[in-house]
Design a binder for this molecule. Structure first.
Ligand SMILES: Nc1ncnc2c1ncn2[C@@H]1O[C@H](COP(=O)(O)OP(=O)(O)O)[C@@H](O)[C@H]1O
Ligand SMILES: [Mg+2]
Length: 289
């Protein structure tokens, strides 16, 4: 990964990237994703209603809300798994209408899933190489037929895959089957696979779920690294300490509607947000946040 952190910028250990510094740096930054009036219904369940927000280039944008609030559904309509009933996404200046998931990926949005989706019986490296095929000439079919050009391309993909494993801290287990990796490694492997598509926007659905404190701290550092290296992040997460530590701004959904949006610290103190969490089945865990 190329490091784009400028020498003029503040030192990385100057403090958390929430609050004044990051906010003012982002003010005026161009918009990467704009959601306008997004709606999605499943039978009798209105999963999303009139959800609008914008994410700027270089931002880490949080998406929180109680279970069932519509967070994963928002990812699913964004990434082409479901069509929206209403509303539109504009990504990098172009509409994302009626695209299939692979077309959305090719446009520059990569995601991970709330429930880990890896090829359990492929190695860590092979899992990353599969992500990479979105960006290669030969594609998956070429990889199967294996002519000379695709063999050369495969070597380049493997080298890049290994770099990505190093980047997320999984290189030492590159040749282990995905199913043999510890949980925190599997989560980071999914992120490496998503990064292999060279996304402009990386959308992560509860990446810290089930992680212990050490794994979560490693994840937090990784998210800062990814943003520093030029990829914008949309983060669904219940771990409020992580959200407060990494997100510039946060959008709160409740029953499919936007109930708050703003800098992480403001959202945390918002009475409507506290109510939504206290009324639901998870507590807003602010210990140490
Ligand atoms: N494929 C689906 N079919 C039917 N209902 C769904 C589907 N996906 C989500 N829902 C419903 O939409 C609502 C929002 O779910 P979801 O987006 O998974 O919430 P969250 O990720 O915030 O926990 C829930 O009531 C859920 O049961
Ligand atoms: Mg979810």
């Amino acid at each position: 990964m190329t490091q784009r952190a400028s020498a003029e910028g503040p030192p990385r250990d100057a403090g958390p990237p929430v609050g004044g510094g990051a906010q003012s740096a982002l003010r005026g930054a161009s918009i990467l994703l704009e959601a306008s009036g997004i709606a999605k219904r499943f039978g009798g369940v209105q999963a999303l209603t009139d959800v609008s927000f914008t994410i700027r280039h270089g931002e880490i944008y949080g998406l929180i809300g109680p279970n069932g609030a519509g967070k994963t559904t928002l990812f699913n309509v964004l990434t082409g798994i479901y069509e929206t009933d209403d509303g539109q996404f504009m990504f990098d200046g172009e509409p994302l209408d009626h695209l299939k998931p692979n077309e959305v990926a090719a446009r520059g949005i990569a995601r991970t899933f709330q429930n880990i989706r890896l090829f359990a019986n492929l190695s860590a490296l092979e899992n990353v190489m599969i992500g990479r095929h979105v960006r290669t000439h030969a594609g998956v079919f070429g990889a199967i037929t294996r002519n000379a050009r695709t063999r050369a391309e495969e070597r380049a993909i493997a080298a890049r895959g290994f770099e990505l494993l190093e980047y997320v801290g999984v290189a030492e287990r590159a040749h282990d089957l995905a199913r043999h990796l510890p949980y925190g490694f599997q989560r980071r492997l999914e992120i490496a696979r998503a990064l292999a598509t060279e996304p402009k926007l990386l959308a992560l659905d509860e990446p810290a779920a089930g992680m212990n404190a050490t794994e979560t701290a490693a994840l937090s550092k990784l998210l800062h690294d990814i943003r520093r290296d030029g990829t914008t992040i949309l983060l669904i997460e219940h771990d409020m300490k992580l959200v407060m530590g990494v997100c510039d701004r946060v959008l709160v959904l409740d029953y499919g509607r936007k109930i708050a949006e703003g800098p992480a610290a403001d959202v945390r103190a918002n009475p409507a947000v506290i109510d939504a969490y206290l009324g639901g089945d998870i507590a807003l865990d602010l210990k140490g946040a």
